[in-house]
Design a protein around this ligand. Structure first.
Ligand code: GLA
Length: 394
């Protein structure tokens, strides 16, 4: 966490609302290392909380309403309490700005319902690049939920808090995301990856060898249709699961309830696109298992090959890549020092994650940036991230 962030948020909160914050919380963004679109399919993923995040500050105020301040955007919003549900407008009848819907969703989902004893003011600021696939929205929801729960003395177990934030995103912001972003933000650890099983929601830390640095190369592609394309992929995975349930004659909650052997038998009978989406998910689960084993025996080259294979499957089977992401991964593959590279997160734009030895990072960064500039005539920001501690009250 940037050590100056909490002070800056505290100062601006006091100046804007005329009261100092009573509770503050910090939640980091995340980078998905392996296991793409596996979360809502009950699968497996490896991710890290990053060293950039969002800090939220809250204080009570007497009227039954909530005032929101997005410091970095210099925007405000207002909500009558108790929060009514998705689609609630501000008191003047205007739709809430997109960022404010995450907080409205969190306020609505808190058990006692904030607003029962007056209202609250909330402000936030952070250093996660927006739209780069590093989950600034989940960090906003998690930081807001932690701070508001503390303000209302709610003890919310981490898994319930993650679900509450997911519901805020699903129902209030319209993205049918799984739990990857929220759980990685909550369960991140210094120099470690979180290995998450979305069937059981168990997470454990896998130490990342000191010989690995994670570079995030941002394509700058912010696909206007990314949200609907994401929801569409999810729909196809659910259709594949329904087909399997029908063919196998037993209840199937999600693709994880189908064995890889059953899938191979049924794939040729399924709609071809749904079968390709499901194949991506099955193989990603296998790659995550293999990657954990590779990291545990220190086989970094094997780990890297799994990242490249994951990208290829995104490109060909899940079709959630784009020319800019493909270009960066292809360039990275040609550099002997690179361990692995793949798209990270929902896809259709956003960032590539590259793993490499720390001393090779400057040269890899320069090569990727030059080649991206030559090919697409615009810069490609690359930043090194450090796997960091998870969300917390400050
Ligand atoms: C986005 C979603 C996550 C997950 C990833 C893809 O980040 O918010 O829930 O589905 O895409 O793995």
């Amino acid at each position: 966490m940037n050590p100056r962030l909490p002070d800056a948020v505290c100062r601006q909160h006091s100046a804007h609302f005329g009261r100092p914050p009573q509770c503050m919380a910090y939640a980091p963004g995340r980078v998905e290392i392996l296991g793409n679109h596996t979360d809502y399919n009950g699968g497996l993923a490896l991710a890290a909380a990053i060293d950039a995040g969002i800090c939220a500050a809250v204080s009570r105020q007497p009227a039954p309403r909530a005032n929101f301040l997005a410091m970095d955007l210099d925007e405000t919003a207002e909500l009558a309490l108790p929060a009514a549900g998705p689609g609630q407008t501000d008191p003047a009848g205007n739709p809430l700005p997109h960022w404010a819907r995450y907080i409205a969703g969190v306020a609505h989902g808190l058990p006692a319902g904030v607003g029962a004893q007056g209202g609250f003011d909330i402000s936030f600021s952070g250093d996660i690049p927006r739209g780069a696939g590093l989950s600034s929205s989940a960090a906003l929801a998690v930081a807001s939920a932690l701070a508001l729960a503390a303000l209302t003395d709610e003890k919310i177990p981490p898994l319930d808090l993650a679900r509450l934030c997911q519901r805020a995103e699903n129902e209030f912001a319209g993205a049918r995301c799984g739990l990857l972003d929220q759980l990685s933000s909550l369960f991140g650890a210094v120099n470690a990856l979180a290995a998450i099983d979305f069937q059981t929601l168990a997470a454990r830390s896998i130490p990342l060898p000191g010989a690995v640095v994670c570079l995030i190369a941002d394509t700058g592609v912010r696909h206007a249709l990314a949200e609907s394309a994401y929801n569409d992929r999810r729909h196809q995975c659910e259709a594949a699961a329904r087909f399997c349930a029908g063919a196998l004659g037993r209840p199937i909650k999600n693709l994880r309830d189908v064995t890889p052997a059953e899938f191979e038998r049924l794939a040729p009978l399924m709609d071809a696109a749904a079968a390709r989406r499901a194949r991506h998910v099955f193989e990603e689960n296998q790659r995550v298992q293999a990657a954990i084993a590779a990291l545990e025996r220190g086989a970094l080259a094997d780990f890297g090959q799994l990242m490249f294979a994951s990208h290829q499957s995104s490109r060909d089977n899940f079709e959630n890549s784009c020319p800019e992401l493909d270009h960066l991964v292809e360039q990275a593959r040609q550099l002997p020092e690179v361990i692995g590279a793949r798209l990270s997160g929902g896809g259709f734009g956003g960032s590539v994650v590259v793993t490499a030895p720390p001393d090779a990072a400057p040269e890899i960064t320069a090569t990727l940036q030059n080649s991206f500039q030559n090919r697409f005539q615009r810069p490609c920001p690359v930043r090194a991230i450090k796997p960091s501690a998870g969300a917390r009250l400050l």
